[in-house]
Design a protein around this ligand. Structure first.
Ligand SMILES: [Cu+2]
Length: 175
């Protein structure tokens, strides 16, 4: 993951990268993260995925253990998770429909639309997150991961696989 031979010079803005792997360990995508004034800019490209809409989120642990990627934990949502045991705990990740949720978690990206040829791309800004040193950083202690799900809006792109199933995961690394 360390871009040792990278010719990319240190830029003024911190940046990060994530190589995204499916349950078989195949590389299916890359996400880059750049700090901007407006938040963290995310550029995601994927290939070899099933045609259709997929949910994509930042998850709270920098872990991606195949095949189910449960070790990535729930959604990365640092503000709401700051004190862990208030009574109105948020629903567990994926127990609700994002599209109906008023305050979606800080690390939720828009769905990515994968084309017939298995490729897709997405650009978005995460305004509540940073690449800095706070607990709302994608590079916080313990890390974060980007997770791609089998579908979105209750519709799976894979027959007989629940739409919420985690199908690919990538750990966010400092670049
Ligand atoms: Cu997710």
């Amino acid at each position: 993951m360390i871009a040792s031979a990278s010719a990319i010079a240190q830029t003024a803005n911190p940046s990060a990268i994530s190589k995204i792997f499916n349950a078989k360990g195949e590389l299916i995508g890359t996400a880059t993260f750049t700090q901007t004034i407006a938040g963290v800019k995310v550029a995601l490209t994927v290939n070899n995925l099933t045609n259709g809409e997929h949910m994509v989120h930042l998850h709270e642990n920098g872990k991606c253990d195949a095949p189910d990627f449960k070790t990535a934990g729930g959604h990365f949502d640092p503000k709401s998770d700051q004190d862990g045991d208030h009574s109105h705990m948020r629903h567990k990740h994926e127990d609700y429909k994002h599209e109906n949720h008023k305050q979606k978690p800080a690390g939720d990206l828009p769905n990515i639309l994968v084309k017939q040829d298995g490729t897709g791309s997405l650009n978005a800004i995460l305004p509540a997150l940073t690449l800095g040193s706070g607990n709302n950083s994608l590079l916080k202690k313990g890390g974060t991961a980007i997770v791609v799900h089998a579908g979105a809006n209750g519709i799976s792109t894979i027959p007989n696989v629940d739409y919420k199933t985690r199908i690919a995961c990538g750990i966010v690394n400092r670049q």
